[in-house]
Design a protein. Sequence first.
Length: 183
Amino acid sequence: MSRNYKFHNPIGWYFVSFATVFWLRVFTRRLYKDCIVKHLKFCIEEKGMVLGAWIIMSNHVHLIFRAKEKNPQRLLQSFKSSTAKELIELIKTNPQESKRERYLWFMQLAAKRNKTTKNDIQFWQQHNQPIELWRNDAIQRNLDYIHHNPVVSGEVAEPHHYLYSSANNYAGGKGMLDVHLML
């Protein structure tokens, strides 16, 4: 089903979701979330990503973004590839990681089950489910969905209290990343 989703408009705004293999709850440590933030900053500054909204949850990431010049599919593939490599290395070398063997076992299992990968380890699920956002009501609905994720999961009482999200930008504050306010 997810393979039916495509980036059709090279300059459009897209809502994307991508998750760790087997929905592993890897992003419970700041070190791993900070890695994602670092790569998003790099994509904004060096690769032409325009970020409209974002959030990092325990096992998945949501973005609303567009590509200034490049193909949005390639931009997202590059982001996922570079984060996967660094996150796997961080998991392998983090002396505080008590779930290292479990994570690596599941990532190796995912790679073995994936007929299209050439790697022996896989961090992200392959699908991104890009949905083009071209109407204000769709943009608002997806912004609300992204920003209310940690409220629904019980992590915070208000969306702007969650650090790893663009909700603070939309509440008039300074977020971790510069975002293009959409509405």
